[in-house]
Ligand binder design. Sequence first.
Ligand code: PLP
Length: 429
Amino acid sequence: RSHLAAVDYRVHELLLRQERQERTTLKLIASENFASSAVLEATGSIFTNKYAEGYPGARYYAGNEIVDELENLAIERLKALFGCEHANVQPYSGSPANQAIYRALLSPGDKVMGLPLPGGGHLTHGWAVNFSGTDYKRVPYGLHEKTQQIDYDRLRETAKRERPKLIWVGGSAYPRVFDYAAMAEIASEANSYLVADIAHISGLIVAGAHPNPVAHCDVVSSTSHKSIRGPRGGFILSRNEDRYQALYHSKSKYNLARRIDRAVFPQLQGGPHMNVIAALAVALQEAANPPFRSYGQQIVKNAKALAQALLDRGYDLVTGGTDNHMLILDLRDRPLSGKAYAERLAKAGIITNFNMVPGDPRHPALTSGIRLGTPAVTSMGMREGEMVQIAAFIDLVCRQPNDPDAHACVLRDVADFCAAFEVPGITDR
Ligand code: PLP
């Protein structure tokens, strides 16, 4: 840290300000977390200097014996944690991982089914402005109008009619468990690849707090920086063999695992970020330890407690609650937009993001919802009792959205509230 202060006081000052913000506010963004000091140390290590284009044992640069060992360690840890046949740890992040999956499985113009953004899907699952929506034919699938959960019966009908080559299961704003077995049946009936995107829930899966899709899916993609608490990055898990090789890829001499590796490098990326792969290996070591299991289970307990406390205060939640780490406040009947509430909450030290809700009448840049997630506050050591207090803070702000004095008061109370907890990577160094 002293080196940074000496070389660049402006970046150092920004870093100190960001640290202070993270120590004194409630991080309720469902996709964020606190990586441990060990993970941060590996991310900032000299592995950042090494070029290692290629894969272990087959690099295009010399001097890679050590990083070969490192990458193999990360791969073996992933395979053991998720029980999969093949793992690629080189994707720079979640979106590049998904891009590689498109390249490995499809040709431009092929049909792709995914949950649309307002239903909780991700941009890369076939949203109009994303490459997945412009380069492929998108067939969105919907939610049940009443339950606001995936309508598996309608999905089956659509898949049988449309016969997409790929079906995504996963999302960024879906607060319920995914039924991977049902999705696998539907995908098989339509001769579709089934790909799970577990970016948000990979930590919950490792902790046994959400079912593992690996046995049901052809491919699984993830980020490494959300509930699994690693560095910013991505990974892809898959089977070795392609069950549709004869149908869709008869001309390729490569099996599924090789096609994914080749899509990542050399088709889409260059040199892997070895410092990030080192940090991923560290995060996976942490995730294999028993405390990670209680952390993952506590994330869900906290989300359920926060949901209940908000329901008790008269708030509506998409699907009426949560099974995982996130909940979506449905603010359609409130006077302001999701964006306006998120801005007010931030002024009071409660950091969230605004989010579309199913049937949202507002523009995606305004929305009628707020997404809340519990991974970061759980990493700080908070439990169900603290969730009740957090609901009270949220309610204080939302009940008085136009009272800056009230927000300033909550801001101070939130800072006092946070001071009682360790913040991994910040207060434990
Ligand atoms: N997939 C899902 C389900 C996500 O929620 C996200 C990120 O929010 C991604 C993929 C993309 O990850 P990244 O932002 O690292 O590209």
